[in-house]
Design a protein around this ligand. Structure first.
Ligand SMILES: Cc1ncc(COP(=O)(O)O)c(C=O)c1O
Length: 407
């Protein structure tokens, strides 16, 4: 990967005082092509796709269809009609959770390291519809416990309906063996929904190869625009899924007392679309598709090794997940028992332009269960980060820890 060439394509990285942006697990920076696509929509063809047939409308309809095909290829989906545009991964996961038919007692399994977006919808269904949400405990180092999972599947028996898990955790960067999980879940007659918010931006994700049923993802974590996400689902499942946003676009016709639902994906894309976002999604996928996703993954691990080695022996500091960064992708999430994570994050930015995330990263359940109310400080690398930036993080973080410890 030619880092110099990559970096020149990002407006924020061309600035003289470009930050060391290491908050990529939250949202990534945007390359020129994405910004231009947004601008093009508003300045050249600000029409409505899918409905209007004038030039603006037709251009937007074509661009929407192109963007869908790009995502289909990126994820190796069988058909572009299996790709639904959503607002974010949260919207996608809610579409699955609230779109399925449930009976009281149906079992849904998640891990103990889920983002709220793959926990709260199931908790809501538990309270409102009586499903039985169960948590599969990870090993002590946060890696996946396949034996505990197999036991949870057997314990649930015929009531097991859904296994919904994040392929890579935003808490720690730990990846779980989704293909094996899918095989076991399917053997038990359950569906598999993958929260791919932290996997699709950083590694090759092939939905057919993984043999899963749904994949939710965040386009804004893939160099794409904010306000955009996606849901891939097996077509036969999408055909039987209830839309959580009915209205314009979701029907092929209606009468005063009947609905003729549109086929997927239109059924799930109610209301006027985020067309600038959809067009910019196409640009983001074009941008990412120039690179080998395995190279991006390897680059992130290389940077994480620098960050990890630079901070791992500091007093009062513990990295969440396995010690070896090869199991944590680009994420270095640090538990600070006594030290103030937010204060350190502000200091890193003000003193050295190092941007990281502090807090509980929407994985409150994991922190609460362990009494870590202080949260963690998380540095997360992406394709455009450099070794200098990783070193800068390690150095400035070490200085901050020493400064706060001396107080
Ligand atoms: C693992 C994981 N799942 C879900 C989400 C929610 O994504 P979105 O903000 O696109 O709804 C995030 C966002 O950080 C995430 O990291």
């Amino acid at each position: 990967m030619n880092l110099k060439k990559i970096r020149t394509q990002f407006p924020t990285l061309r600035q003289e005082s470009a930050p060391a942006y290491l908050d990529n697990a939250c949202v990534t920076l945007k390359p020129d092509c994405v910004v231009e696509a947004i601008n093009d929509y508003y300045t050249k063809t600000p029409g409505c796709g899918g409905r209007s047939v004038h030039r603006y409308g037709t251009t937007v309809s074509r661009a929407t269809s192109d963007a869908r095909i790009k995502l289909q290829k990126f994820l190796n989906a069988e058909s572009a009609n299996e790709v639904v545009f959503t607002r974010n991964a949260t919207h996608s996961l809610n579409q699955v959770a609230h779109g399925m038919k449930w009976e009281a007692g149906d079992v849904v399994l998640t891990t103990d390291r889920e983002h709220n977006s793959n926990l709260v919808p199931w908790l809501q269904l538990e309270k409102e519809q009586g499903i039985d949400h169960r948590v599969v405990a990870s090993h002590a180092d946060n890696t996946f416990d396949i034996e505990a999972f197999e036991k949870a599947c057997s314990d649930a028996g015929e009531r097991l309906k859904m296994v919904s898990m994040s392929q890579v955790g935003n808490l720690d960067g730990v990846q779980i063996p989704i293909k094996e999980i899918a095989r076991i879940a399917h053997d038990h007659g359950a569906l598999v929904c993958v929260d791919g918010a932290q996997s699709t931006p950083h590694m090759k994700v092939d939905v057919q190869e993984l043999d899963v049923d749904f994949m939710a993802f965040s386009v804004h974590k893939m160099c794409g625009p904010s306000g955009m996400g996606g849901l891939w689902g097996r077509y036969d499942l999408l055909e039987n899924l209830r839309t959580i946003q009915s209205g314009g676009q979701t029907v092929s016709s209606s009468t005063y007392d009947s609905i003729d639902w549109a086929q997927p994906p239109a059924r799930f894309e109610g209301g006027l679309g985020n067309f600038s976002g959809i067009m910019a999604t196409g640009a983001a996928i074009d941008f990412l598709s120039q690179y080998n996703m395995n190279d991006i993954h390897a680059h992130e691990i290389k940077l994480n090794r620098i960050m990890t080695d630079g901070i791992k022996d500091l007093p009062g500091v513990e990295i969440i997940g396995p010690r070896d960064p090869k199991y944590r992708g680009g994420i270095c999430s640090i538990l600070l028992e006594e030290l103030p994570a937010h204060d350190i994050a502000i200091l890193l930015d003000e003193a050295a332009g190092v941007m990281v995330r502090s807090g509980q990263h929407c994985v409150h359940s994991w922190f609460n269960a362990r009494g870590h109310s202080n949260g963690s400080l998380r540095a997360s690398a992406y394709m455009y980060n450099t070794e200098e930036e990783a070193n800068l993080f390690a150095e400035t973080f070490s200085e901050a820890v020493h400064a706060f410890t001396a107080k």
